[in-house]
Design a protein around this ligand. Structure first.
Ligand code: AR6
Length: 166
């Protein structure tokens, strides 16, 4: 079960929304900034207890003032030409977030287009990587977690429409 929508991820009432964070987990710009400002300062307080997060890994918190129940924070790779394991690290973001969702018994999760903003991962390759990772997890994981790909910009939305065959 995969769906595609174009919206602001902070508005979604789901079991979890995923944050494209940085290794400090202490906030930033882009979707990270939007999630922290909508969730309120208690989110930052909980993030301060987590001791950061490595690239490709994921950590879960409550969602405070957001409509979602949890935030899963993951750290995408900074694109630096493609020879630094960027693609596997990006796939790990999706797999590790879904693994956490499964551990917590979550049924609905929304992903932003991780690394395609200030981290400059090429959008087509990022979409292909994200969709492949999610499909593999769903095929192998034996779970029924519903996954929403949330695109914010038009370019990503058009790319996902193409790859998902809409
Ligand atoms: N809802 C959904 N998607 C969004 C939203 C939103 N409200 N706002 C932006 N996007 P970016 P990254 C999309 O830069 O490249 C932060 O400072 C945006 O169109 O947020 O992984 C962190 O702290 C883009 O497609 O994340 C890190 O330092 C996508 O979210 C760094 O940026 C990701 O863009 C992470 O960079």
């Amino acid at each position: 079960m995969i769906e595609l929508i174009q919206t602001d991820i902070t508005k979604l009432e789901l079991d979890a929304i995923v944050n494209a964070a940085n290794r400090s987990l202490l906030g930033g710009g882009g979707v990270d900034g939007a999630i922290h400002s909508a969730a309120g300062s208690e989110l930052l307080d909980e993030c301060k207890t987590l001791n950061g997060c490595d690239t490709g890994e994921a950590k879960i918190t409550k969602a405070y003032k957001l409509a979602a129940k949890h935030v899963i924070h993951t750290v995408g790779p900074v694109w630096s030409g493609g020879n630094n394991n960027e693609r596997d690290l990006l796939a790990n973001c999706y797999i590790n977030s879904l693994t956490l969702a499964k551990q917590y018994g979550l049924e609905t999760i929304a992903f932003p287009n991780i690394s395609t903003g200030v981290y400059h991962f090429p959008k087509q390759l990022a979409a292909e990587t994200a969709i492949t990772a999610v499909k593999e997890f769903q095929a192998e994981g034996g779970t029924h977690i519903k996954v929403l790909f949330v695109c914010f910009d038009d370019e990503n939305y058009r790319i996902y429409e193409k790859f998902l065959g809409k």
